[in-house]
Ligand binder design. Structure first.
Ligand SMILES: [Zn+2]
Length: 131
C-alpha cells in the first residue's frame, strides 16, 4: 500500500476529481475518482473483487445464451427428423456440426476466464507498482 501511493502521486493533482491511474500507454485514466484514493471505480483496488465478479458474470451470460440457442436448434433438428422433414443422414451431419460448436463454446469460455484472470493480475501489478 505504501509503494502504491508513492507511484500514484505522479498523476495526482492535475485535475481535481479525475482518476489518478496512469495507463501502460502513459495516458491518464479519464474516469472520475470516487474513493479517497483519487481513483475511479475501475482502478480502485478496493473494487477488484466486485469487478471480477461483474466481468465473469458478463462472460458467462453470453456463453449461456449460446448454449441455449444451440439447444433450441438441436431440438428443432430432432423435431424435423421425427416429422420426416429432414433426412437422417443430413441430420447426423448437422448434429456433428453442433457438437463441434459446443466444443468451441467450452473452449472460448476457458480462454475468456483465463484472459480475465490474466488482465486482473496485470492490473493489480500496475496498481501496486510491481510492474
Ligand atoms: Zn481510472
Amino acid at each position: 500500500m505504501q509503494s502504491w501511493s508513492r507511484t500514484r502521486k505522479v498523476g495526482v493533482g492535475l485535475l481535481e476529481g479525475q482518476c489518478g491511474f496512469i495507463k501502460a500507454s502513459g495516458e491518464r485514466c479519464r474516469g472520475t475518482s470516487t474513493g479517497q484514493r483519487g481513483l475511479c471505480w475501475m482502478h480502485d483496488p478496493a473494487n477488484a473483487e466486485q469487478r471480477r465478479r461483474v466481468a465473469s458474470r458478463g462472460g458467462r451470460g453470453k456463453a449461456n445464451r449460446e448454449v441455449v440457442t444451440l439447444k433450441e436448434e438441436i431440438k428443432s433438428v430432432i423435431a424435423d427428423v421425427k416429422a420426416g422433414d429432414l433426412d437422417r443422414n443430413d441430420a447426423g451431419v448437422i448434429i456433428q456440426g453442433y457438437r463441434a460448436l459446443k466444443d468451441f463454446i467450452a473452449l472460448e469460455r476457458q480462454v475468456r476466464e483465463t484472459d480475465e484472470l490474466a488482465a486482473e493480475i496485470e492490473e493489480l501489478k500496475r496498481e501496486y507498482g510491481a510492474a
